[in-house]
Design a protein around this ligand. Structure first.
Ligand SMILES: Cc1cc2nc3c(=O)[nH]c(=O)nc-3n(C[C@H](O)[C@H](O)[C@H](O)COP(=O)(O)O)c2cc1C
Length: 402
């Protein structure tokens, strides 16, 4: 994301002590950050800390001739490409919902035309109070985005909802709001992770796919404004912000989930490592070795799973379909053959035998294989960068179809 101007409005909740870290996350991502504070907020974190971390003066008062002389509050409101209110107190949420403008934060929030992201933080009973719920609904209806709050132990000693979201979550939500919405009209179906093919009640045949690549693709498409449905095999990776996740286990379940969103999808990116075979029979109880003859082995009969990518490619209509191929040898030749066999618009091949590439790695070295045999080889990149490159290609394909 290129450098953007983020105005962080800090209000007077205990979670204000975490705002220096929020600012640091934005600064690490090379954003320009300014802070404004309510008078209550200055009791929890000092303007000097935020001034030091942002490298910009911090304003705390509306009716102060000196502060207003430096940069007036309307200029601040106009300067912002995004206003982040964090933590947002119950009091400030109420002011924002009702359009009050009797302090710097509420006046700037009323004057800005930038998108507004709010990270509420308060005692669980304040959060659940009908007045707060109504204020929140008003803000949501008006297009204000809310991140959190999370649940857990609160500073006031109560347990429940009211914890401000972690700095990284606030930054991710901000990034989502700032990203260009080039895929706003698309419904992107992404599959990710490996499948588990049941052997008996406790065992399965699986593979080493972590889901990281597909999850990164889903996150990237969501950042660009697409509605994203992520059909995921078992994976420990967190669902990216703005993504609808459908959990599945086996290849057959994955096919059903893909089919159920197929009519709505305009793009399909099939990054899952789907098992080619499954046990012909999955016993609903555990196979015990005591039930077999002593020293006897066990032979599993495997049958073919449906080829989801080939099936949807055949039925793609005007949809864009991208496949993935994990190869351990003859990478390019087998990818070209696979692309021809499956009939998709683009195949992403990766050599899983290479270090820092493929399953479970945070980086990947991929080759884009195009119909007609054109090859684009990318260097080893973080999977998030590979995802961005891939989604760029999807946008180009969409452009070419128009
Ligand atoms: C120690 C302490 C912690 C507080 N924490 C919160 C909080 O987390 N959330 C909240 O909504 N209010 C909290 N308050 C109450 C606010 O500080 C108070 O409502 C204040 O008027 C908010 O002003 P502001 O919205 O202008 O910043 C706290 C008050 C005290 C004394």
């Amino acid at each position: 994301m290129h450098q953007r101007r983020i105005l962080v409005a800090v209000t007077g909740g205990i979670a204000a002590y975490k705002i220096p870290e929020v600012v640091r996350v934005f600064r690490r991502a090379d954003q320009v950050v300014r802070c404004i504070m309510t008078s209550a907020a200055t009791e929890f974190v000092t303007p000097l800390v935020l001034q030091t971390l942002t490298g910009e003066p911090v304003r705390t008062a509306l009716l102060d001739p000196a502060e207003e002389g430096e940069i007036d509050h309307i200029d601040l409101a106009d300067w912002a490409e995004l206003l982040v209110v964090a933590p947002a107190t119950a009091n400030s949420l109420a002011k924002l919902a009702h359009g009050l403008a009797d302090d710097l934060v509420s006046a700037v929030a009323l004057a800005t035309r930038a998108p507004v992201l709010v990270a509420p933080a308060m005692n669980v009973n304040m959060w659940n109070h009908p007045a707060t719920r109504a204020n929140l609904e008003t803000l949501i209806e008006r297009g204000v985005r809310i991140v959190g709050p999370g649940e857990g132990e609160l500073a006031c000693g109560w347990l429940g909802a009211g914890r401000m979201s972690e700095p990284a979550e606030i930054a991710a939500a901000a990034e989502l709001l700032l990203a260009s919405k080039s895929l706003a009209d698309e419904v992107v179906l992404v599959t990710a992770g490996g499948t588990r093919e049941p052997v008996d009640a406790v065992r399965f045949l699986g593979n080493r796919s972590s889901g990281k690549m597909g999850f990164a693709v889903a996150g990237e498409a969501a950042r660009r404004g697409a509605r994203v449905v992520l059909v995921a095999g078992p994976s420990a990776v967190e669902t990216p912000p703005g993504v609808e996740r459908v959990n599945v286990e086996s290849a057959l379940e994955m096919r059903d989930a893909v089919r159920s969103v197929w009519s709505e999808a305009t793009v399909a990116i099939m990054a899952a490592a789907v098992a080619d075979f499954r046990p012909a029979q999955a016993l609903d109880r555990k196979i015990r070795k005591e039930d077999l003859a002593p020293d006897a082995g066990l032979t599993l009969e495997l049958v073919r799973n449906p080829d989801i990518l080939a099936e949807i490619s055949k039925d793609r209509g005007s949809r864009i379909v991208v496949g993935f191929a994990a190869e351990s040898h003859d990478v390019i030749d087998s990818a070209i053959r696979k692309l021809e066999r499956k009939g998709c618009d683009l195949l992403v091949a990766n050599d899983v035998s290479r270090e820092a590439s493929g399953f479970d790695s945070d980086t990947n070295a991929v080759i884009f294989v195009w119909p007609g045999g054109e090859i684009e080889e990318l260097p080893t990149l973080p999977k998030t960068d590979v995802a961005a490159q891939l989604v760029d290609r999807v946008e180009k394909l969409r452009e070419a179809r128009r």
